[in-house]
Design a binder for this molecule. Structure first.
Ligand code: CA2
Length: 144
């Protein structure tokens, strides 16, 4: 089973500021955890992060026929990007949305998730463990 992990803008800055919202673990630590979870769950994970909306759309399109599932944290593009929503719909790969923070309890502009409209499940406010939970959900979803 091949799962693509996509992270949007500024996720590579994790741990550097706002630890009260995003925790104190760094982006490098997230990559290390992803490697560990891939081993534990016997899943092939490929990770991609970009600060550019089009690059994320390109990666979603390129996943067609290659990946079985997508775990996506589009970061700020969650709340703005119809292009990412359309790309997820276009490839039709089961996707799970992850948000490190609980966006439902934050500013009003974070209350809408376009990407979430194309996802089979959303995990919010679970910190970095949300990525593990998303992978476990997808593994189960894809096996049934
Ligand atoms: O909670 C999440 O995972 C978010 O997707 C994170 C985004 C935010 O725009 C979304 O509303 C919710 C932000 C990504 C990380 O931004 C940082 C900001 C300061 C310091 C470190 C990272």
């Amino acid at each position: 089973m091949k799962i693509l992990i996509l992270n949007g803008p500024n996720i590579n800055m994790l741990g550097i500021r706002e630890p009260n919202i995003y925790g104190s673990q760094s982006y490098t630590e997230l990559l290390r955890l992803l490697e560990q979870w891939a081993q534990d769950l016997e899943i092939e994970l490929v990770h991609f992060q970009s600060n550019h909306e089009g690059a994320l759309v390109d990666e979603i399109q390129a996943a067609h026929g290659i990946f079985d599932g997508i775990v996506i944290n589009p970061a700020a593009y969650t709340h703005t990007s119809v292009a990412i929503l359309d790309a997820l719909k276009a490839v039709g790969i089961p996707a799970v949305e992850v948000h490190i923070s609980d966006i439902s309890k934050r500013e009003s502009f974070r209350q809408i998730s376009y990407a979430g409209m194309a996802c089979v499940h959303s995990i919010i406010g679970q910190g970095l463990d949300g990525y593990r939970q998303a992978i476990v959900f997808l593994k189960d979803y894809l096996s049934n």
